[in-house]
Design a protein around this ligand. Sequence first.
Ligand code: CIR
Length: 255
Amino acid sequence: MTYSFKNAIIRQPNKSIKNGLSSQNLHPQYAIVVEEHSNYIKAMEESGLKINLLEPLEEYPDSIFVEDPALTYKSNVIILNPFDTSRNGEREVIKEEIKHLFDNMLFVEDGYIEGGDILNINNHFIIGLSDRTNKLGAENLSIILQKLGATVEICKTPDDILHFKSECSALDDDTILVSSKMAQLDYLKSNYNLIELPIGEEGAANSLRINNKILLPDGFTKAREMLSKKYDIIKVKVDEIAKVDAGLSCMSLRW
Ligand code: CIR
């Protein structure tokens, strides 16, 4: 099931996050990041997850975003290939740190692909080509996933969105929460029940359904109103972390 998880991998924040990649050239303050991150961990625990906490990595400013160098599927983990040179080395470190947690470790060897561009819904994966994920990387991952029994669709992340999942998230086996831009994608429109967020609340689309909870970024009143009718919401403030273009999904690997 799309949202049934028992475990998560989370990396503790690093002081060098102030130098993380930021489209707006912003520099988050470490102390505030630590506070937001610790509330994120609490919310994950409240949702029923056992947390495997990794050590901070100062040499990689964006390394708390563990979703980008790896992908979990059942008891498998696939090591991906982040595009940016400042991030690519994360894969070599994380593979050693997490190999004992999985039965099987596989590797994307060709092309570039980041976990933020991969939406898993049930046994299906939607990969969004973007500035971080190219066709070769997507096709390479697709072959691996199909061998593991999954199905895959390769789409395109809209041009000015960093990652496919920056503005969408799976809420259940056939429902995806989307920004208005993502709601235009033909593949999503024709195959899923879409809950479209109003303009101005795009950031809320990177939510996390975990067991019977939804972790929702704080500050999105309309999104909360819409979702709280049906779902049990935990608000998580990530304003400081958002300065380096990140949200909720990118700070953990779940399985
Ligand atoms: C980056 O640009 O790589 C980081 N500053 C943010 C990564 C966010 N990752 C994600 O949404 N999966």
